[in-house]
Design a protein around this ligand. Structure first.
Ligand code: ADP
Ligand code: ASP
Ligand code: MG
Length: 602
């Protein structure tokens, strides 16, 4: 007999008929001899409706009252399902988050789970009942019993956290699509179902716009080794398994506050190439990385950002013994790319980083949604007087390139700061021969911030991201320009990054307030952007992935505004209006399309 946690999303419980359907599936699961906990979302678009009601009363409602309001949606669905089960002769009982002891931090609207007291659920399971639990909510401040919510989409997280706390055999997430697909089937009709995906890949996808799973649910599954599967509540098909290597033992106390960083990694076999003042038009990155892929050179980090006068800088790293070849390819390509639109800014130029560089990284699923972790890394390096050259971030990793001579010191300081032993390079999630690109995602809810003229000295990036972290603003796709300006004798660089659109104004305000104190210039916000990303843990072994992605965009005349890579993802920022075309083009280029059309309920 197995203990199973099943979670059903909004569409799956959107009508009375759907709730009856869920009840039938629950009964069937119990009849097979299993114990069952069911976690539910609110019916259909109930939560959206509640948000709308609140906005009709207040433009900026109190977060505490929002939690009070939004947590009601789930109470309706759990009571109805429990009644439906009882009608079918199956003993059942519904509970709110508070009633099953889902204790969270006191952060309203985005609380993390601290612990779950399994006793009440276990007692009810032992008496033969199906236990139906409200997703997305918890209770904080034990004495004061404050209702909290986990953040939109948080019922997935409730389900996986319960599965971890109850040491369930399996957590099944039932939704309105057949599982995890190569992209959102509502945007690309040819999206194809996957049998399995690694937790790391899913973490990236979820945070790059694929809302099929809440990223924090994946984090818990990874940390506690919860067997997780995503499947359709409309069929009996097996869905998609989310797999991870066996986790190290962790206490259940502080469930979602587990250690943020698991490993500090370094790579000394890196050399840097920068291309400055390239013309800003479609096809430039495609030509460059196409030529580099043809030589079979293994490119690691790539960053690109637009600068003054709409010219582009691209920087990338390669293995040290490939540096000369990479520079030769770049030198050969650059003249054929044409002039930039502002010749007075200077000619395009290729520059090889002469001093040896190292890449140092911190990695861990616990850093998701915790901007303080990246800020702490930058701070640690700053305190050690180490200057950061390139920054590349993903949901589960932050990497910086630094002077190779500083590598040992950087690693030692980071291990101390995050309380970890450093791990050898190349420690990755083991899946047999993972594909180069597993899936693609589109995020239309991002904004880009560009900060001009940051003084180029240790500590400035740390200050900046520290200020944002204090406001709890998560930053993605950070790009620091390779080009330096000399302003009154002070070397400066530009920096650009993306944040969620809802955080953009707050980010701008906080950075503008400190501009004079820390000496940086103008802060510009652009919300008309789309971020398209490819994710796959096999891409490290396939040099041509970036080139293929850029080529697909180039063929559709789509200009790339920013590029940021990590080991298992490549993201490009493009014009918002071209987002869906970009997604379709990339999905097709990697031949991810299936022959069967996936049915999606309206
Ligand atoms: P639920 O209410 O069941 O939690 P969600 O709406 O939160 O469902 O998530 C399911 C939706 O996620 C799908 O209907 C689909 O439009 C969207 N989606 C985005 N990317 C993907 C993907 N790669 N695979 C499957 N679904 C995706
Ligand atoms: N009902 C909540 C929401 O719509 C939580 C969830 O469905 O996961 O965000
Ligand atoms: Mg959801």
């Amino acid at each position: 007999m197995a203990l199973i946690v099943q979670k059903y999303g909004g569409t799956s419980v959107g009508t009375v008929d759907r709730i009856l359907e869920v009840a039938r599936r629950a009964v069937k699961t119990v009849k097979l001899g299993n114990s069952l906990v069911v976690v539910l979302s609110a019916m259909g678009k109930t939560t959206d409706g509640l948000v709308k009601l609140a906005k009709e009363i207040s433009a900026n409602p109190s977060k505490r009252e929002m939690d009070m309001l939004l947590s009601t949606g789930e109470q309706v669905s759990i009571a109805l399902l429990s009644m439906a089960l009882q009608e079918m002769g199956q003993p059942a009982i519904s509970f709110t988050g508070a009633q099953v002891g889902i204790v969270t931090e006191a952060a309203h609207t985005r609380a993390r789970i601290l612990r779950i007291d399994p006793n009440r659920v276990e007692t009810q399971l032992n008496s033969g009942k199906v236990v139906v639990v409200a997703g997305f909510q918890g209770i904080a401040n034990a004495g004061e019993l404050e209702i909290t919510t986990l953040g939109r989409g948080g019922s997935d997280t409730t389900a996986v956290a319960l599965a971890a706390a109850l040491r369930a055999d399996r957590c099944e997430i039932y939704t309105d699509v057949p599982g995890i697909l190569t992209t959102d089937p509502r945007l690309v009709g040819e999206a194809q179902l996957m049998d399995e995906i690694t937790c790391d890949e899913m973490l990236e996808l979820a945070s790059l716009g694929a809302k099929v799973l809440h990223p924090r649910a994946v984090e818990i599954a990874k940390n506690y080794g919860v067997p997780l599967v995503v499947l359709s509540s409309w069929s009996d098909a097996p869905g998609t398994r989310v797999v991870s290597p066996p986790p190290s033992a962790r206490p259940l106390e502080g469930l979602e506050l587990a250690k943020a960083v698991d490993a500090v990694e370094f790579d000394l076999d890196q050399a840097g190439v920068s291309l400055l003042r390239l013309p800003d038009r479609p096809g430039v990155a495609a030509r460059l990385f196409g030529a580099i892929a043809q030589q079979n050179l293994d490119v690691d980090l790539i960053i690109q950002s637009i600068h003054e006068g709409n010219t582009n800088d691209i920087a990338f790293t390669v293995r040290r013994n490939s540096l000369n070849q990479a520079v030769a390819v770049a030198d050969a390509i650059v003249p054929s790319l044409g002039k930039n639109s502002r010749p007075e800014l200077g000619e395009p130029e290729v520059r090889a980083e002469e001093r040896p560089i190292a890449k140092v990284s911190i990695a861990g699923a616990g850093m998701i949604g915790r901007p303080r972790v990246a800020a702490q890394m930058f701070n640690t390096l700053a305190d050690a007087g180490i200057n950061i050259q390139m920054i590349s971030t993903s949901e589960v990793k932050v990497s910086c390139t630094i002077d190779a001579a500083e590598c040992d010191r950087a690693v030692a300081e980071l291990c101390k700061a995050f309380d970890v032993a450093n791990s050898p390079v190349g420690l990755r999630c083991a899946s047999q021969k993972p594909p180069a690109v597993r899936a693609v995602a589109l995020d239309l809810n991002q904004a880009r911030l560009a900060i001009r003229q940051l003084p180029d000295r240790p500590g400035v990036a740390a200050k900046m991201f520290g200020l944002l972290a204090e406001e709890n603003i998560s930053v993605d796709t950070i790009i620091q320009s390779q080009r330096c300006h000399n302003i009154d004798g002070i070397l400066t660089r530009d920096i650009a990054f993306t944040v969620a659109q809802i955080d953009a104004e707050a980010a701008k305000t906080v950075l503008e307030k400190s501009a004079v104190e820390f000496g940086w210039g103008e802060v510009a916000v652009d919300t008309e952007i789309a971020k398209v990303s490819v994710v796959g843990s096999g891409m490290v072994a396939h040099p041509g992935v970036a080139a293929k992605m850029f080529e697909a965009l180039s063929q559709h005349q789509i200009n790339i505004q920013m590029i940021a890579t990590s080991e298992i993802k490549i993201s490009c920022v493009v014009d918002e209006a071209q987002g869906i075309t970009a997604l379709k083009a990339i999905h097709a280029a990697f031949e991810l399309s299936g022959s069967e059309k996936v049915q999606v309920p309206a």
